[in-house]
Design a protein around this ligand. Structure first.
Ligand code: F6R
Length: 607
């Protein structure tokens, strides 16, 4: 989604802003722009498409004399991707420039009122409405900027992270936030603004996280924070330990391939963070709490939801506790019935997904405990939940998740094992066996990664495939849900994930000669059933690919990928790896933009 950067200090602001924007490219965007303060004026430069177009338009960066500016990568919501709709946006007289991440839900109504007052609009965006509304309030409050921002915050509904420059305030940038991320980094004589840490990591590791309904005045090397009553507040300075190299490709052609290969490490780091002396320990969760829950609801979106689907089976089998899984976007608009002993678990890599954030806020209104499985430290969801368990995947840059998904899975397994032992559903011996199996997973993933070349070769045979059906039962179904999403999003091949037994209730009519059917066959008790369903498609002309750790009749399948054997409950962590690799190579072979697939954004901060 949109990315914001800002800088005020003593260096070339243009260079710093462009560098910051390039570090935010992973979030997904379709146009970019910057506004630089140059003596008495703002120099606003925007371009549709990639950052390169903006860089070309700027020309000789070294010649630009500016130490203060804001920049933006836009992922279109209101109005098509175009130079006109790109940020920054400005007030009519050019006194105010603004960049914005989020959505102003009541922008049309505000726009209509402003038009009645004589304001003219040049774009279709909600952000231009922000610039003009701020202009209106600034005039109304005799140039009191904090008052104007405060009035704006009270007037709008929706989400925003804003960076604002005002012509007369030469050495200041203003920021405000609600439900969209914004961090502020400080160095000796410089201050940086960004949507995410990688944008400023090269310059500073000391950051402040702006909270909802807070605003700040940014000056070089200093930040003054205010709450929504315009009262000055103190905030804690946080130190970021993430390494810069973790946000770089390190010789891999794409971030996705690098992150696929980082999975043994991301899984191992997550395990090691919670396994002390062979015991699973979650400092934030006490045993009486764990004993008290009588059901669990898991919320997430996309791949995080798929982790939830897998964990439903794991929790139900190990802990005998009822588990529901819901898309956060659906949960927030249904009349859910949550008993007071429900634990709501939200899974999110970014910790900023708008639907997941709204889902967890809604759950909190129902007075139930909330727990987050989150990758980004200090993110909005991490700060919203009652208990947070971080995954240790490191920064994930490729839009399609791989290593964060794997870390979420393993942390979910560990949580289920903890619940099972505390609730006395497993004995010490079973507990130790499960831990041993968990500890083997990183090595087993490594083993599958060694097979990359064969999987790459196999993928090349499917380059012209139009439709792929992926089928499985129980946890195998959770596996194919994620495999199917990976293929769709990066290779753009149409795929469908189906519970194997459901195919014959309609979808089998789509199977024709040479349709590829991939069966996940890891769950001992249902392998034969799924295999039969695969054969039903073969009789109708399908080509079969089996992913399995078990003995099956390989002569029947056209292709087989063997994976190591683990506990059936943990099979997702292994069976997904070949599907990720296939998706990656299909994307590369088709010449797609692997790390930034079309129309997608990394952190989905709109509904
Ligand atoms: C798919 C993918 C998305 C995310 C989803 C949730 O590869 O990355 O489906 O899983 O947008 O994002 P987070 O985990 O940040 O809440």
């Amino acid at each position: 989604m949109c990315g914001i950067v800002g800088y005020i200090g003593n260096k070339n602001a243009c260079k710093i802003l462009l560098e910051g924007l390039s570090r935010l490219e992973y979030r997904g965007y379709d146009s970019a722009g910057i506004a630089l303060r140059e003596k008495e004026k703002f120099n606003i430069i925007k371009a549709k498409g990639k950052l390169e177009n903006l860089i070309k338009k700027i020309g000789n960066i070294d010649e630009i004399k500016s130490n203060c500016g804001i920049g933006h990568t836009r992922w279109a919501t209101h109005g098509k991707p175009s130079e006109n709709n790109a940020h920054p946006h400005n007030s009519q007289d050019g006194n105010i420039v603004v960049v914005h991440n989020g959505i102003i839900e009541n922008y049309l109504e505000i726009k209509t009122n402003l038009i009645k007052k004589g304001y003219k609009f040049y774009s279709q965006t909600d952000t231009e409405v922000i610039a003009k509304l701020l202009d209106y309030y600034l005039k109304e409050s005799n140039n009191d900027i904090l008052e104007a921002i405060n009035k704006f915050m009270l007037r709008v509904t929706g989400s925003y992270a804003l960076a604002i420059m005002i012509k007369s305030r030469k050495s200041e940038i203003y920021v405000a936030k609600k439900d969209s991320p914004l961090i502020i980094g400080v160095n000796k004589d410089e201050t940086f603004i960004a949507s995410d840490v990688p944008a400023i990591l090269k310059h500073t590791r000391n950051v402040y996280y702006l909270e909802n309904n807070e605003m700040a005045k940014i000056i070089a090397g200093k930040v003054i924070f205010y709450n929504s009553y315009k009262t000055q507040i103190q905030k804690e300075l946080c130190h970021i330990s993430m390494s810069l190299s973790s946000a770089e490709k390190n010789g891999y052609e794409h971030f996705m391939l690098k992150e696929i290969h980082e999975q043994p490490l991301s899984v191992k780091s997550t395990i090691n963070s919670y396994l002390k002396e062979n015991k699973i320990q979650f400092a934030c969760l006490n045993e009486s709490k764990i004993k008290g829950y009588d059901n669990i609801l898991i919320l997430g979106c996309g791949s995080a939801y798929h982790v939830g689907v897998c964990l439903k089976y794991v929790f139900e089998k190990l802990c005998q506790i009822p588990v529901q899984v819901d898309y956060a976007s659906e949960f927030r608009y249904r009349e859910s019935i949550l008993s007071k002993n429900t634990l709501v678990i939200v899974i999110s890599q970014s910790g900023e997904t708008a639907d997941s954030l709204a889902g967890i806020k809604l759950a909190k209104l129902k007075n139930v405990d909330t727990l987050g499985i989150i990758n980004v430290v200090g993110s909005s969801i991490a700060r919203e939940v009652d208990y947070v368990l971080y995954t240790y995947a490191g920064p994930e840059i490729s839009v399609a998740t791989t290593k964060a998904y794997s870390a979420q899975l393993v942390l979910g397994y560990m949580l289920a094992i903890k619940f099972a032992t505390v609730r006395k559903k497993i004995n010490e011996e079973q507990y130790q066996t499960l831990i041993k199996q968990i500890k083997e997973l990183p090595y087993q993933i490594e083993q599958i990664l060694k097979d990359e070349k064969n999987i790459q070769h196999l993928s090349s045979q499917f380059i012209n495939t139009k439709d792929i059906f992926l089928i499985g039962r129980n946890i195998d179904y959770a596996i194919v849900l994620e495999g199917s999403l990976k293929m769709k999003e990066v290779s753009y091949i149409h795929t469908e994930a189906y519970p194997a037994g459901e195919l014959k209730h309609g979808t089998i009519s789509l199977i024709e000669k040479d349709t590829l059917v991939i069966g996940s066959l890891t769950q001992e008790n249902v392998i034969d059933k799924t295999f039969s369903n695969m054969l039903e498609t073969k009789s109708r002309g399908a080509k079969l690919l089996a992913i399995t750790s078990n003995e099956i009749d390989c002569n029947i399948c056209d292709y087989t990928i063997k994976i190591p054997k683990t506990n059936d409950l943990f099979a997702t962590s292994l069976a997904i790896i070949p599907l990720q690799i296939m998706s990656y190579y299909l994307s590369v072979l088709k010449g797609n933009d692997v790390d930034k697939p079309r129309n997608l954004a990394k952190s989905v901060t709109v509904e």
